[in-house]
Ligand binder design. Sequence first.
Ligand code: FES
Length: 173
Amino acid sequence: METKEKTECHHTSETEGGIWFNFSRRNFLTLAGWGLFFATLAGYLSQILGYKGFFYPKVLFEPSPRFTVGEPKSFPENSVTTLKSRKIFIVRDGNSFKAISVVCQHLGCAVEFSKEKNIFECPCHGSKYYRNGVNFAGPAPRPLNHFDVVLADNGKLVVDTSKVVPLATELVV
Ligand code: FES
């Protein structure tokens, strides 16, 4: 008689406690195991892909090295114009144009043009460059870089800082 009562109790469990009552210890451990597995997997994936790595393109947005600087007439004759945002000087002598880098060849500081002395000077360690970019004093081991400059079809000067050209190169317009 006692055995029969126990059996009845087991079979009526769904009506008493619903699905949770039937949730065995074995099921719980299986579910916990899967949960742990997925949590570990997610941790590894976030390490490999990085935060946002999966959803964001791994692209660096850098400005183009080729850009327009304006019409030749916008640069006065026999002048040196500093284009700070582009890190270049536009040097005009007569109708000859050169694009010279502001980056010092010693350790990369930005050199400045001295109108009074007509030379480029580096404020960091005292390197000096002639107006044509050739170094003559201080620790700089070589001349400033010169970049390609051309006259585009629309009559404007276009500089390409990805193309370093020989010092003697000039654009005559
Ligand atoms: S960085 Fe220009 S002299 Fe050192």
